[in-house]
Design a protein. Sequence first.
Length: 296
Amino acid sequence: MNYLDELESESIYVLREAFAQFENPALLFSGGKDSLLCYHLAKKAFEPLPMPFPLVHIDTGHNFQETLAFRDELVRKSGAMLIVGYVQDSIDNGTAIEEHGHHASRNALQTVTLLETIEKHGFDCCIGGARRDEEKARAKERFFSHRDEFGQWNPRNQRPELWNLYNGKKKEGEHFRVFPISNWTELDVWNYIKREEIQIPSLYISHKREVFYRNGVYYSNTPYMSRNPDERLEIKQVRFRTIGDVTCTGAIVSNASNLTEVIDEITKSKLTERGTRIDDKRSASSMEDRKSQGYF
């Protein structure tokens, strides 16, 4: 088989195992390429039946409008069930505290809203698009990643996964995160998207955008970010390698106008995929700290 077929087969097996072992699973959906890949694989795993679990999006209120429009159009066309948890609701309820200042972001606040959404709907399994090649903390993840009754992740308390056997046993109040594309790389994702002709948000393709430069990264000019006096606005030809909260997601200068050019650019790039994500740079253990608290 082609190596993409092998990755596809493994991911579909994990998705079917998750559906078989858990009572109320959901698919975490951001509208980014990895969650779109999981969505596409989930449809394949259960066709001709409809996908048997809802999409869950945690909306920071500071998302790219292109992403939200893409999400809503996908739901309209597919008829998928969409559940949205709003970070603004967590702030209004006092369970999350808004950050302030030039480097303020709502990205970390998603953890609170995610855990509240899981509890509200009784999800015992949340399927996500994290990959081991993205970041060192995510490299520690199992396919079936255990979370305790507080939604916390302990990398020392995970189940062994030998011979493709996955253990989803849990106590009352605990849940699992399941990562069916753990073994995929960024390049694998893009090659598969091209092969399968999966629709993606326009943010991934080069376009002109008003941006400003901060700490080696270009950021979009939006009402959600305040600029320092020396941060000048300029028009650049850019695209995004990851899509998250607009306040922490940087762009790269690029002329890649189609998927072939995107793949060629990634092949040659020396910058890591999350090299433009400022939330990963707050400390050396930033991602692991957030994951331990219940982050995606």
